[in-house]
Design a protein around this ligand. Structure first.
Ligand code: 1GP
Length: 242
């Protein structure tokens, strides 16, 4: 019988259904030290990561295409663009998180960039995964808040975070991403992850400010289906061995 190839979104749904927890390493093209790239690749391949995310709030590097090509050639992991704006679209990747910043009220990040990106994406074979992106206050101003000129949701207002996630689900998003921001002082509160996980059906991504393996485990246990690690792995490629 012919084996059906699942899309990345279907694989995430499948993992959720089977209780398999997922982990993405986030690589910011601007922060890649190319001299050490071979080492970085072997550390990614030795890690428990199931996905690679590529992107950043602002990416200046023109090397995003090269980075994705290299990752595709040297790892078996799906490479997903996690873009700050449409300039970060690359046809070399497998998929893109088509984000809408639901916690903010800046129309550019709710719909304008998506309108600009749509015709570009139509010319690629990228799998487009619509994702409700929710920024949660984390103790310091993060790049997402600064660049998007939006205010994160109050970390104590669980009801508002839940209503925002539910609205995202009702709008037809395939994923919800709870984001504390890269390098956040405090990660997304576990009670918030738990409440949202119990009250929406679609998979939840959680990232920002997770600095150790216990942090990953706690987020997974609270209900995150996929956890994202950026800064901690960037600073220490031996992170997963600790
Ligand atoms: C940021 O969620 C990601 O968009 C990862 O954050 O860099 O703090 O791990 P960190």
């Amino acid at each position: 019988m012919e084996q059906k190839i699942l899309t990345i979104h279907q694989q995430i749904l499948h993992a959720k259904k089977n209780g398999q927890k997922l982990l993405a390493i986030l690589l910011d093209p601007d922060k890649i030290v190319w001299e050490n790239f071979g080492h970085l690749l072997s550390k990614i391949n030795e890690s428990p990561a199931t996905h690679i995310f590529v992107g950043g709030s602002i990416v200046e590097s023109s090397l995003i295409e090269d980075l994705i090509k290299q990752l595709k050639q040297n790892t078996d992991l799906p490479v997903i663009i996690f873009p700050g704006d449409p300039s970060q679209i690359s046809r070399e990747a497998d998929a893109i998180l088509f984000l809408s910043l639901l916690s903010g009220r800046n129309a550019d990040y709710l719909i304008e960039y998506q309108v600009q990106a749509a015709p570009i994406l139509k010319k690629t074979n990228l799998e487009v995964i619509s994702t409700g992106y929710i920024l949660i206050e984390s103790g310091n101003e993060t790049a997402v808040a600064r660049v998007s000129k939006t205010k994160p949701l109050n970390r104590e207002n669980l009801d508002l975070a839940l209503a925002t996630a539910q609205a995202g689900e009702m709008l037809g998003n395939k994923l919800i991403y709870l984001e504390a921001g890269s390098g956040a002082k405090q990660a997304v509160p576990l009670e918030m992850i738990q409440l949202i996980a119990q009250n929406i059906e679609i998979p939840i991504i959680v990232g920002g400010g997770i600095v150790n393996l216990q942090g990953i485990q706690k987020a997974h246990n609270a209900g995150a289906d996929l956890v994202v690690i950026g800064t901690a792995f960037e600073n220490d490629n031996y992170f997963f061995e600790s």
